[in-house]
Design a protein around this ligand. Sequence first.
Ligand SMILES: [Mg+2]
Length: 319
Amino acid sequence: MTARMPIDLVNLSDGEFKEFVGKFDVFFCDCDGVLWSFRTPFPGGCESINALKTIGKRVYLVTNNSQTNREEMLQKCEKIGYKISIDDILTSTYVAAHYLKQTGFDKTLYVIGPEQLGKDLDEVGIKHIGIGPDVIEGGLYEHILKRYKLDEDVGAVMISFDRHFSYIKLCKAVNYLKNENIKYYATNADNCFDMPQFNFLLPEVGCFIKAIEAATKRTPEILSKPTTHICNVIAEDAPPFDPSRALVIGDTLSSDMAFGKNAGYATLFVETGVSKMEEIKEIVEKINTGDEDEELKKLVPDYCVSSLDEFYKKFSKIF
Ligand SMILES: [Mg+2]
């Protein structure tokens, strides 16, 4: 097994760049670290997406961030100037809700997650409990004896970002999951959300997953990138497309680039977020010195560009 470094779009001639864009009909663009960082839009992000749409490309904004839903994302995008519709946005909460609908889930879902996930579940008619604050009143044992109750109709636990994450929620999730017939899902499994502007790391869903795993030894089925459930959700209400003519644009090797490879799409790495070119170099070296791990190869992008600003500079010269 060998690997090569990604092709840097900046080194392509105008003709080669035009050919590159012409290879793809559908673009899946990650958001945090590619289009913006928290509330700060990156130069060239909005311009690139609008320009691709103007020349007739289908563009989806795909985020693992479970703190937002499609309506909120659309509002944010419209404020910045994106010319997109709600159907162009795929959040991990939306994908999770549609996955359950597609699999015919008809029991109650115990959710550790945000209000936004509740709305997405309501829209597809999935019964759910658990959203909102759940705190211990009085002593722990007194609370457990008097108020703690497991719902017998619960058929699955779903974990997502929850600003109300609490000890009693952890107790409930662990005790539901003691039963191996109860399924276990996560909207996403990101460990941290980095807010460099504030020098602050926000612990994410991955931390809750580890807490539950410590007690149950169970790990959830993850429904967002790098898994390909998103593809089935799109297939539900959009025209089919040739996977070899789709491109994933992202900043994180383990989620965006791996998602692209899992789905059979090409990948473009943008160096404005989580992963760095140095990591790609190390992975390529590892593969070329005999590491046979197939998962490692999925992390190596086909193409790279330092930022969407660079991408747009090149694009606007030609189109
Ligand atoms: Mg990202």
